[in-house]
Design a binder for this molecule. Structure first.
Ligand code: HEM
Length: 171
């Protein structure tokens, strides 16, 4: 069912705000993860992991679910459809993978924040998790940049289902 123009604008505004907001929050998270891994100042390292835990729980996590909801609503409520164009399927895949990756990393983020709250220096055990944060945040940032680029360029490629639907409409 097609959305009315005013509803379309409302959902699109929410979609772009949440999606690009998510990207911005992940970029901040990555900067803190790099600071936590490389900085010599123990006070700075502890602050980085405490702030990362807050950003992950209260900004990134809620923002990650919003495009998963508004994206399919926009797709189904417009001429794009959910399964007709490869760019939409790829965006859906990137969004689902990024959200899963975030959920998987919530626990280690909590462990690092806990250690930061209790101790001044990090043990070698935590080093692996610190590296993991940088790698995961970097991968998520690349994925979200790809999703934004696909959204703006909207490459032509259509799925076999999309071709069939277009053919049915024409004939
Ligand atoms: C983090 C993930 C996402 C980001 C950063 C993002 C970003 C954007 C942006 C910036 C636009 C506006 C492009 C323009 O108007 O030129 C857009 C449009 C759109 N997005 Fe997303 N998006 C994301 C996830 C999704 C998902 C999961 C879906 C669907 C499965 C989706 C479906 C759409 C559709 C159909 C449009 C076009 C709407 C229209 O022109 O009416 N997006 N997206």
């Amino acid at each position: 069912m097609r959305m009315t123009p005013s509803l379309h604008k409302l959902v699109l505004t929410a979609h772009v705000t949440f999606g690009v907001g998510w990207l911005g929050a992940v970029a901040t998270f990555l900067a803190l993860a790099i600071a936590g891994l490389t900085n010599e100042d123990a006070q700075m390292v502890r602050s980085a992991y405490l702030v990362m835990d807050l950003i992950a729980r209260f900004v990134i996590l809620p923002l990650s679910f919003a495009p998963l909801l508004t994206g399919p609503i926009l797709s189904l409520g417009t001429r794009w459809g959910l399964f007709r164009h490869y760019w939409i399927l790829i965006k859906l895949l990137i969004t689902v993978l990024s959200t899963v990756m975030l959920l998987v990393h919530m626990q280690p983020i909590g462990v690092l924040a806990d250690a930061a709250a209790k101790t001044t220096l990090f043990s070698a055990d935590l080093h692996r998790m610190q590296v993991q944060m940088v790698v995961a945040a970097g991968a998520a940032l690349l994925g979200l940049l790809a999703a934004t680029t696909l959204a703006v360029y909207k490459p032509r490629g259509m799925t076999p289902y999309g071709w069939r639907k277009q053919h049915e409409r024409r004939s």
